[in-house]
Every structure is written in structure tokens, then in C-alpha cells.
Design a protein around this ligand. Sequence first.
Ligand SMILES: [Zn+2]
Length: 112
Amino acid sequence: MNNILNKIGVGRKDVIPVSRDKDFLWVYVKCDRCSEVIPVRINLKEEVQENYDTNKEKSCAFYVRKEVCGSGKNRCFARINLYLEFDSQFKVTGKEIKGGTFVTKEEYEMDK
Ligand SMILES: [Zn+2]
């Protein structure tokens, strides 16, 4: 059990909560403007890029850039830009976000 949790980055302070479902990763982001929590599905096969530039600053195996916006239920159409880096096991090793913050799935369940 501990092993599985380590693989997806749960329980580590420096990484964001990510859940994996076969070829998809789920992360949850909260809009800075309206506080809506938005589930983001990342397709590992189609959206994630392989990193061919393996110099020291950017030594991740894969990365993804994504732009998301809310459902519109708060009449807010602000866009959130997120960027994630992964190692070869799709464990998150780096993150950047503009326009929002990463939150846990529990926060998303509470917001629904
Ligand atoms: Zn918003």
C-alpha cells in the first residue's frame, strides 16, 4: 500500500495530490477569481509530452501544459494555466500554476 501511494505522490509534502486511473491523471485546481474547484483530467497518452531535453534544469521524463476554465456556474470564465512535470513513473516532480492553486480531491468533493 505504501508503495502505491509513493508512486502517485500521495503523502509527500512537495508534490500535489494526483490520482491515476489507467491512462488518466486527475488533479484538482481552485480558481483564484471565484474559488470554484475544477477537476482536470490529463490523458497520459495524448496530452503528456515526452521530454527530449534532458539537461539539468529540465530533467523530467514527461511534462504537460494545460489550460482549463471553470464550468461557468459562477459566471467566471477566468483561465487557469497549469504545467506539470513527471518522472518515468508519472510521479509529479514539478509544478506551476497561474490563475489558481492545486487542491485535494477532498476539497473538490466538498465544493460540489
Ligand atoms: Zn473562476
